[in-house]
Design a protein around this ligand. Sequence first.
Ligand SMILES: [Zn+2]
Length: 310
Amino acid sequence: MFKRTAWILVATVVGLLALSARADYQPRAEKVADNVYAIVGPLGQRSADNDGLNANFGFVVTSTGVILIDSGASLLGAKKIEAAIARVTKQPVRWVVNTGSQDHRWLGNDYFAGKGAEVIAMSRTAATQAEYAAQHMEGMTRFLGKRVQGTKPLPAPKTLAGESATLERGGETLELTYTDTHFPGDAWVWLPKNGVMFSGDLVYVDRLLGVLPWSSVKNGQQAFKALAALKPARIVPGHGRVCDLAQAQRETGNYYDFLADKVGAAAREMEPLSATLDRYADLPAFRHLDNYEGLHRGNMSRAFTQFESQ
Ligand SMILES: [Zn+2]
C-alpha cells in the first residue's frame, strides 16, 4: 500500500515538473564581476514562452540604483527582467542603457521609463529604434501573440553624441562605442573598472551569428578587432553564455574574418556566388554552433553581396 502511494507521489511530482518546464521561461541573473550581472537568454527563437527574451541582458548594481543594459522585447519581458534583478538586489532600475535597436534590446524601455528610469542610448541607436519600431512591433506580435499587449516602443529619450561616449551613473563608468554591425547604430557597453564587455549583438557564442540584410560584415570585422584590443576579462555576448576573449575570437571574430577575407575576396574577384557557397558550405571550425545549418549559407550570401558592391 505504502509502495503504491509512493509511486503516485512520484508520478505527481514528475507531472508537476513537466508542467513547470512548459510554463513561462524565467530569466536568471548570474554574477560576472563585483556588482555586475548577466542574464543569459535561450539560444532559440522568440516565443510566447520566453517573451522574446532570447538574447542577453545585464545590469550593474550601484549604491543608488540599478543600471540595466537592454530592456527586453515587451512589457511582460521587461517585468521578467525586473523580477530577475529583484532576486539579486532591492535597488530599483534607475537607468536603462540600450546597446541596439533590435526588438529585444529596447521594447521594454517604456515599462522602465514609466517607473521613472532614465533611458539612454547612443544617438544613432535611438534613431534606428525609431526607424524599425513599427516593423519590430509587427514581428513581436507574430511571435508573442496576445502577450505583446501593452508594449509601447519608446526609442531612448536620452541620447549620447559622438562616436563613443562615457556615461557616469551611480558612481559607475560605462563607455559606449558604436559597432554598427548587426543593426546600424549598435553599440557596446564597456565597464573599464571591471574589464567587463557587454558586446551587444557584435559577439555571439554557442550559436552562429546572423548576417541580416542591414548588417555589416566589414564593420563586424573591424569592431571585433577593436573589442579584442581592449582585452576584456569577461564578455557578455549578445547571445550565448558569458565567455572569455578566446571563445569570442573563435566563434565570432574568426567567423567575421572568414566572411570578410574569404567570401569577400571571392566576391571582389567576381567568382560565381554558387561556387563560393559550395566551397565553404562545411566549415569544421563553426559547424558545432547552434543555428549553423539554418544561417551559414545565407550569411555567406549576404556577405558576398556586401563585398561585391564595394
Ligand atoms: Zn539579438
